[in-house]
Design a protein around this ligand. Structure first.
Ligand SMILES: Nc1ncnc2c1ncn2[C@@H]1O[C@H](COP(=O)(O)OP(=O)(O)O)[C@@H](O)[C@H]1O
Ligand SMILES: [Mg+2]
Length: 346
């Protein structure tokens, strides 16, 4: 099968490069609806970064993290060679051969030492800080944690996430040692972050949304879509990259793209119908809330909205809540169309 090339994220890439140009001072939260291309954009950028940067990318997606042991195992990339115990020396040698690391390199003996400690977080943070301090003499370290909400509720001596946020603040605002990016699709997690006093004035938010119309047209045009095809794709999939990629693959495989979009819409409708069937007591409230989207694609959050119900629909990945802008919209164009069909039938 033909591989689909990375498509234009100029605006977002420029925003990130502008951040990287400055001395580290704030934590950057990269957010957006599911499958909008956050991970793809960041991964692509990492590959294209100039030599002055040293990126460390950790993805918690699909990782089962229930304790420190799990967390340390995803955060670090263990180097089976003993490091001799000197972090600065080790960092210097690690720099020579960084390649594509997933996680922060650590020699096995130091890793085991952290493991033995009672207060693991203190030693873990101390190691990372020393490691970054050495790296930062020649390059700017960038720590990127994707899907951080996975450990949002993890309690070890209090919530781990607070310790991490404190550490991220130390790396950015206090010591200016490293750039820190936190990527998440979970808008409820981000809403918590947004109202968290400890992060106030210490972070910024960067939205990676679905492609806009122009970007979508240019993307489909590369794969021989006619103007009519593009209009049809935009009408049903909007600019959701994952959905557009499916259409392109269908077209490349000589399939029928209208049939494909019909099928995708049908699946979204089923998801919503079953969600309503499983929640009989709140069904009419859910429908009331979704009816807002009968004529508009996006609404401003208002405090007259039933917050529990809204949270529920966000958690079910039906709605996307943008706390930075206080807006709410369906997670995708397909979602919007499914909502409209279902409320019309209700
Ligand atoms: N800029 C892009 N160019 C081409 N395909 C993309 C692009 N962004 C996303 N995609 C496609 O969409 C899929 C979902 O994107 P992903 O980055 O995993 O979304 P997110 O991290 O926001 O949930 C990717 O696997 C890829 O196939
Ligand atoms: Mg992702």
């Amino acid at each position: 099968m033909k591989r689909i090339a990375f498509h234009n994220r100029e605006k977002e890439t420029k925003e990130i490069m502008d951040i990287l140009d400055d001395e580290p001072s704030l934590i950057t939260f990269v957010y957006g609806p599911i499958n909008s291309g956050k991970t793809t954009t960041i991964s692509h950028l990492i590959k294209e970064l100039p030599e002055d940067y040293a990126p460390f990318y950790v993805n918690l997606r699909g990782r089962f993290v229930t304790d420190y042991e799990d967390f340390l195992n995803v955060l670090f990339e263990i180097d089976e060679e003993e490091g001799g115990g000197n972090v600065a020396e080790y960092a210097k040698s690690a720099l020579k051969d960084l390649g594509t690391v997933s996680g922060i390199p650590i020699p096995i003996n130091l890793f085991e030492r952290i493991f033995e400690k009672k207060d693991k977080s203190k030693d873990m943070f101390r190691y990372i800080e020393r490691f970054f301090a050495e790296i930062s003499k020649t390059r700017t370290p960038i720590l990127i944690i994707d899907e951080l909400q996975v450990i949002g509720d993890l309690k070890i001596d209090g919530l781990l996430i607070y310790k991490l946020f404190n550490f991220f603040i130390r790396l950015t605002k206090e010591t200016h040692l490293a750039q820190v990016f936190v990527v998440t699709s979970d808008s409820l997690f981000l809403e918590n972050v947004y109202s968290e006093a400890m992060l106030d004035g210490r972070c910024r938010y960067l939205l990676v949304d679905d492609f806009d119309h122009e970007t979508t047209s240019a993307f489909l045009d590369k794969y021989g879509f006619t103007d009519d095809d593009i209009a049809m794709a935009w009408e049903s999939c909007g600019g959701k990259p994952v959905c557009l990629v499916e259409l392109v693959n269908t077209k490349l495989g000589s399939g029928d793209i209208t049939e494909k979009t019909d099928k995708m819409l049908e699946e979204e409708i089923s998801r919503l119908v079953f969600l309503l069937a499983r929640n009989k007591e709140t069904k009419s409230d859910i429908i009331d809330m979704l009816t807002i989207f009968a004529s508009v694609e996006e609404v401003k959050y208002s405090d007259s909205m039933e917050i529990d119900l809204l949270s529920f629909l966000v958690k079910q990945n039906i709605l996307f809540l943008d706390s930075a802008r206080r807006t709410i919209k369906p997670q995708s164009r397909l979602n919007l169309l499914a909502i409209r069909e279902v409320i019309a039938d209700a």
